[in-house]
Write a protein that binds this ligand. Structure first.
Ligand SMILES: Cc1cc2nc3c(=O)[nH]c(=O)nc-3n(C[C@H](O)[C@H](O)[C@H](O)COP(=O)(O)O)c2cc1C
Length: 381
């Protein structure tokens, strides 16, 4: 299959599987333990039925939305993902460019493999800087200052990773960033000469925003155990919100009570996420958590949701249930792994076209028309 023959995100996944060595593909594609939540995130979207209005003039569909105080072409953006240069030599640069070209928001991970300054230059629109709480608070302050200077408008504090989830595909594949020599990896690389050639010609993959701090990748579990603060509490989140001073999201919220606490410490956004099923397995699907959290949050904060979005109709469903924006993860990473910037652009175009078609078929012209009246819950798949 060629990129021009791709018709949906599933096709991009197939293309990524063909270009990437197994350990790299599995790092994107996999989840924790038995991957129950990974599958559930997607299945829960499929279990929601759409019911339409007839004889509505849908000759034009308007997807424009507000993100972090700026207009974006559609209400979805690219979620933060670590070490994207592992998937394609251009990494986060390619993703930021594709998002900017489509008029969409972007978010960069603290563990990105391209410096925040370069990403800021490649994407002038609204964008999030994702942080973890590090043991070294001076480093956190320095990162926030660099993000601000690079034009990042919001900060998202990820709170669902006090320890790394048990992603069993990784140790089976002897996965590390950058890859360490082993027989398993040599075999997997030999099976993907195009990828190997690209990687050999591009600079070593590093945690580009931590260069000079003595911190870097290697074994993700050891890295997180040595650098991330497991003792983080609401006081630390409040400290970070104050230190940043601008739009602030807590990413990884699963309970209405925690959404309320996020608002109490001044968060402008509640980001419902289970890390794409990569952390606590058998957690509920994020879309199933949305109604109760939205009921509590009301107008007091905006809701971002991620997890399992593979169709434009999934985005529409999340908006109907009260999300103001939806973040996509694997959907664009499959594109990046398949074909770099062109692949990310393809993923975005597919989801946008699917959203437009879904809204036309529903009889909804603008995002403001969306609501729970378009949905029904089906109890059996
Ligand atoms: C390969 C990969 C790396 C990720 N790295 C990060 C990260 O560095 N920080 C973070 O907050 N979330 C990270 N996530 C989680 C995503 O931000 C997001 O919550 C998740 O991918 C959404 O689910 P989806 O992939 O089903 O869309 C990562 C996800 C993937 C697939």
């Amino acid at each position: 299959m060629h990129l021009r023959d791709v018709v949906n995100i599933g096709d991009l996944r197939q293309l990524a599987m063909r270009r990437l060595p197994k350990m790299v593909f599995d790092y994107i594609d996999g989840g924790a333990d038995d991957e129950v939540t990974l599958a559930r995130n997607c299945a829960a979207f499929r279990a929601i039925e759409l019911v339409w209005d007839v004889l509505v003039d849908v000759s034009s569909i308007d997807l424009r939305a507000d993100l972090l105080g700026a207009e974006v072409a559609a209400p979805f953006f690219l979620t933060p993902t670590a070490a994207s240069r592992l998937f394609h030599p251009e990494g986060e640069r390619a993703c930021a460019r594709a998002a900017a070209a489509a008029g969409l928001g972007y978010s960069i991970s603290t563990l990105a493999s391209v410096p925040v300054e370069e990403v800021g230059a490649a994407h002038q629109g609204p964008k999030w800087f994702q942080v973890y709480v590090w043991k070294d608070r001076a480093l956190v302050k320095d990162l926030l200052a660099r993000a601000r200077a690079s034009g990042f408008t919001g900060v998202a504090l990820t709170v669902d990773l006090p320890v790394v989830g048990n992603r069993e595909r990784d140790p089976r594949n002897k996965f590390s960033v950058p890859p360490k020599p082993s027989w398993t990896i040599a075999q997997q690389m030999a099976a993907r000469p195009g990828y190997l050639w690209d990687m050999l010609r591009s600079p070593r993959i590093t945690a580009a925003n931590l260069v000079g701090t003595g911190k870097g990748f290697g074994n993700l579990h050891e890295f997180v155990a040595s650098q991330f603060d497991r003792a983080v509490t609401w006081d630390d989140a409040a400290w970070m919100r104050e230190t940043w001073g601008g739009p602030f999201a807590i990413k990884g919220i699963a309970r209405a009570g925690d959404a309320a606490r996020a608002i109490d410490i001044g968060a402008s956004h509640v980001w419902i996420s289970n890390h794409g099923g990569r952390q606590l397995d058998t957690a509920p699907a994020t879309i199933d958590l949305l109604p109760e959290i939205a009921a509590l949050v009301g107008e007091r904060a905006q809701i971002v949701l991620d997890g399992g979005v593979r169709r434009g109709s999934d985005i529409v469903k999340a908006l109907c249930l009260g999300a103001s924006a939806v973040a996509i993860g694997r959907a664009y990473l499959y594109g990046l792994g398949a074909a770099g910037e062109a692949g990310v652009a393809k993923a975005i175009a597919i989801l946008k076209a699917e959203m437009e078609r879904t809204m036309a078929l529903l009889g909804a012209r603008r995002l403001a028309d969306l609501g729970p009246h378009y949905l029904r819950q089906r109890h059996q798949l």
